[in-house]
Design a protein around this ligand. Sequence first.
Ligand SMILES: Nc1ncnc2c1ncn2[C@@H]1O[C@H](COP(=O)(O)OP(=O)(O)OP(=O)(O)O)[C@@H](O)[C@H]1O
Length: 223
Amino acid sequence: MSRSYLSHAETVWAVRDVSLTARPGEFVCISGASGSGKSTLLNLLAGLDGADHGEITVAGARVDTLSETERARMRLETVGVVFQDHNLIEEFTAAENVALPLEVLGTDSRQALQRAGEELSRVGLAGLDRRLPRQLSGGQRQRVGLARAVIGDRRVLLADEPTGALDSKNSRELFRLIRSLCDQGVLAVVCSHDVMCREFADTAYEMVDGGLVACGSAERTMP
Ligand SMILES: Nc1ncnc2c1ncn2[C@@H]1O[C@H](COP(=O)(O)OP(=O)(O)OP(=O)(O)O)[C@@H](O)[C@H]1O
């Protein structure tokens, strides 16, 4: 797949001829210098941006042929996205934030909140359901974002610098959680500057000027 931008009459290839295949349960880590194309690649996979060329299939769906509405539905049903900024709704409790994707899909509120509580336990936040985002630490907020991204048994997690605002202890905890989600069958593609990411990944790539370069085997050292 490829994606270019026209900037001051010059074509910038943010993603150029990238081919990436990953299987369920795999933790893929993508590192790379600033501006190398990581966010663009992730946005293409999430259907938040459109490719100029190429086919993109995520969880069996041809993202590049879906309409905007179908892509939005795909992000609710099968593909969760996490960014550096957790993007939680400040007026909603942790559980209400996590429940939101299910409610949008039509699950009744009580049931969605119950599922959200289970998801919060899964990311180590049992008992914090009623806290507002401002009453949580940065690491806890990011874990709420992770719970919201996977609720409803979404099979694919796309994360763009998910630990960018976290210290190393919280970063390790977040990568460990993503690892455990992968061990339960989730496919995670994580773009990260953080070298720690590779300790938890199955596969590591580096983006260089819009291209994807395999880094040999990942340095997975964490169980
Ligand atoms: N909307 C846009 N218009 C023009 N150029 C863009 C646009 N978005 C990204 N680019 C360019 O595409 C290239 C890749 O950008 P991208 O944001 O994907 O990099 P990145 O690896 O995620 O960087 P960072 O680590 O700093 O977030 C850069 O040269 C950037 O300037």
